[in-house]
Design a protein. Structure first.
Length: 134
């Protein structure tokens, strides 16, 4: 497998990523153990980039289970912003929600770090300059 730079981060990623939306039991594969086998096959083939999101049902839990013992060899990405409940503060890109959502994702993924954390969709209600201004 030839690996590429992930932008200017210094992180090397495979040219292919494994998207984990369809590995969630509510959305795609009803058998989580089969999804774990799929993830292991991808890793064994040299794919080191796995992408999921908090809003993908139980995808983060399935990915977390599959990465036990292999986490250090994976570039793990997940996303935030899609609604995670009926409360209007359980969605979007507010600092408050991001801090809560990342902790929830870490728990579901059974890891203590996420390599790339992305905002799934732009949030017109949140001024990103407030988050990232120096």
């Amino acid at each position: 497998m030839l690996y590429r730079n992930l932008g200017r981060t210094g992180i090397k990623v495979s040219p292919y990523a494994l998207g984990a939306l369809m590995l969630a039991t509510q959305v795609g594969n009803p058998d989580p153990e089969d999804s774990v086998r799929i993830i292991h096959k991808a890793l064994d083939a040299g794919i080191n980039l796995v992408d999921t999101a908090d809003a993908y049902g139980d995808s983060e839990e399935v990915v977390g289970r599959a990465l036990r013992g292999r986490r250090d060899n994976v570039v793990l990405t997940t996303k935030v912003s899609r609604p995670m409940g009926t409360d209007p503060n359980q969605q979007g890109a507010s600092r408050r929600w991001i801090m809560t959502a990342v902790e929830n994702s870490l728990r579901r993924l059974q890891t203590d770090y996420i390599d790339v954390y992305q905002i799934h969709r732009p949030d017109p209600d949140t001024d990103i300059g407030k988050h990232f201004s120096r």
